[in-house]
Design a protein around this ligand. Structure first.
Ligand code: ADP
Ligand code: 5GP
Length: 206
């Protein structure tokens, strides 16, 4: 039976550790494809165009929207972010699970278009720890850190729209939890309709 690819949406407050979990997940399990988003924000030190993001101008981003090149897009703290369509569609067609690390507005757009998508929300063990991680990362100015913490308050209202929360206390545990959730998702009757129908037919022919 051909395994179908699932879209896995991973959201969470800035600094919760989404990027860190995804990096560790991909390093440990090579069956997942991580979508690379387009963004108008500037690269952080160490980030490379085409690896963490496709860094584009406002004009280029608007062109992508016009050409229907994005499956979702949203504004986040002064910048645009969006998911390129082709990569996601190609992977799903090839039966590969695709992970989208995106914020909450985008997550809801995905759920509308792909009701089968699994939505995960990564939480820090506490709000204080979130603040500590965000500051500890040292990649944003104090003003942007404040804006991102404010955004976290807004996003916390939407958590109930997700299918699962993952608490990122110990990194290795969080990675295993994410892998476990995705593995279980493949085993729901809904995602195995063909197999079930075949089994019924074979049983009837015994
Ligand atoms: P996000 O992608 O959600 O914005 P990052 O992956 O950049 O968050 O993580 C934010 C900071 O927290 C980074 O400095 C990262 O090294 C640190 N971090 C991530 N996960 C953990 C963890 N489980 N324990 C302690 N620090 C963590
Ligand atoms: P950062 O600037 O920290 O890399 O990302 C800021 C926020 O934008 C994070 O919540 C991240 O998940 C989200 N994000 C990244 N790419 C996309 C995308 O393609 N679409 C949407 N909607 N959000 C994204």
């Amino acid at each position: 039976m051909k395994r179908k690819g699932i879209i896995i949406v991973v959201s969470g407050f800035s600094g919760a550790g989404k990027g860190t979990i995804m990096k560790a997940l991909i390093a440990k399990y090579d069956q997942y494809a991580l979508s690379i988003s387009a963004t108008t924000r500037n690269p952080r030190p160490g980030e490379e165009n085409g690896r963490e993001y496709f860094f584009v101008s406002n004009e280029e981003f608007e062109k992508l929207i016009k050409e229907n090149g994005l499956i979702e897009h949203a504004g986040y703290v002064n910048h645009y972010y969006g998911t390129p369509r082709k990569f996601v569609e190609d992977k799903l067609n090839a039966g590969i699970d695709v992970i989208l690390e995106i914020e909450i507005q985008g997550a809801l757009q995905i759920k509308k278009q792909y009701p089968d998508a699994v939505l995960l929300f990564v939480m820090p063990p506490s709000a204080k720890e979130l603040e500590k991680r965000l500051r500890g990362r040292g990649t944003e100015t104090e003003e942007v850190i404040r804006q991102r913490l404010n955004r976290a308050v807004e996003e916390s209202v939407g958590i109930e729209n997700y299918d699962y929360i993952v608490i990122n206390d110990k990194l290795e545990d969080a990675v295993e939890e994410v892998h476990g959730i995705i593995s279980s998702a493949h085993n729901t009757p809904d995602r195995n309709k063909e197999f079930i129908a075949e089994m019924r037919e074979e049983l009837g022919n015994l």
